[in-house]
Design a protein around this ligand. Structure first.
Ligand code: NAD
Length: 319
């Protein structure tokens, strides 16, 4: 049996499974998920070699953290066998990147996750805050949490790619260990690629989330709240229908597309069932054995050409 590859995460010394478990669906973000299905999904993920789990207090208004914590506890896996990242600064009530709030936030997250520390704490969607506050107040507060042993590494997340360079250009080297980008390395939008050499030169680890473009690249389509334009949604549905006609699954091809770039440490995909875990790990294993289905991928790229790299506005500043 092929096993998932482990990829180094920047200078952290961590090695993440190439497929990471995005736990936002455990907060019922994409529809209701029972505790039974949540625990079974996490168990199957660990069994198949996934060692990286990402959550946030924002997902399902803290529900995702609670459910992930319950699942990890129930399975009794030794703490050094998995890597957990959570976030701070974004909550159901709104954004607050103040030192006071993020310092309190980690204690709340650890309690919900039933853990003594998290491996990575990330400032969540920083384009909604003041980037200067992130640089001058939030990250220094996170450094204190690192010294206190509550977190091992510091990260930042966001949609517009410019927020990463803004912050990384202004903090001392080695302060921010990781960036998490989403919806910018999938078949319809691959703009993260241009930033990879810069991130590598800084020794910053790269996590890319949402390979299925938050549901756009699935047969069943995106959730109601998806921010894409009607044009982008329609093009992705046309691409999914084309794959189905050819007996191919668009989600598998989308996973394989994202996984192909080894400068990205982990592709975080949201999962809420054993079936999805198995399909996504199988996509990685098939890629390792047989390579990409280049022909179908280029057909999809042709269908998506008119909307290539089309994104949507996010945050209070566009950089
Ligand atoms: P995604 O692109 O991973 O899509 C998730 C959707 O696809 C869910 O509805 C899921 O049930 C479905 N799905 C998963 N596998 C499938 C399969 N094989 N076939 C068909 N459907 C499948 O989007 P996402 O969940 O938003 O992103 C993944 C994770 O990345 C999140 O859970 C979260 O942990 C992280 N993330 C972080 C940020 C941030 O920090 N700002 C933003 C987006 C995502």
């Amino acid at each position: 049996m092929t096993t998932l590859d482990l990829r180094p995460l920047g200078n952290t010394g961590l090695k993440l499974s190439s497929v990471g478990f995005g736990a936002s669906p455990l907060g019922n973000v994409f529809g209701p998920v029972s505790d039974h299905d949540a625990i079974a999904s996490v168990r199957e993920a660990l069994r198949l070699g996934i060692n990286f789990f990402d959550t946030s207090p924002y997902y399902g208004g803290t529900l995702s953290e609670k459910v992930l914590g319950k699942a990890l506890k129930a399975l009794g896996v030794p703490r050094n066998e998995y890597i957990v990242s959570t976030k701070c600064g974004r909550y159901a009530e709104g954004f607050d990147f103040s030192a006071e709030r993020v310092t309190k936030s980690i204690d709340e997250s650890l309690e919900r996750l039933q853990l003594d520390y998290v491996d990575i704490l990330q400032c969540h969607d920083i384009e909604f805050g003041s980037l200067d506050q992130i640089v001058n107040e939030t990250i220094p507060a996170l450094q204190k949490l690192k010294e206190a042993g509550k977190i091992r590494f510091i990260g930042i997340t966001g949609l517009p790619l410019g927020v990463f360079t803004y912050v990384l250009d202004r903090v001392p080297p080695g302060t921010v260990d990781v960036i998490l980008s989403y919806c910018h390395y999938s078949i319809n939008d691959s703009t993260l690629e241009d930033l990879l050499p810069y991130l590598k030169s800084k020794g910053v680890g790269v996590i890319s989330a949402s390979p299925l473009a938050m549901g756009l690249l699935t047969e069943s389509g995106p959730p109601e709240w998806h921010p894409a334009s009607p044009e982008l949604k329609a093009a992705c549905q046309a691409a999914a229908a084309h794959c189905k006609e050819k007996g191919r699954n668009i989600s598998k091809l989308a996973m394989q597309y994202s996984l192909s770039n080894k400068d990205i440490s982990s592709i975080l995909v949201g999962m809420n069932s054993v079936k999805q875990v198995e399909e996504n790990v199988a996509a990685a294993n098939e890629l390792a054995t047989f390579g990409k289905d280049e022909k179908t991928v280029s057909e999809i790229e042709e269908i998506l050409k008119p909307v290539k790299n089309q994104t949507w506005l996010s945050g209070i500043q566009q950089i």
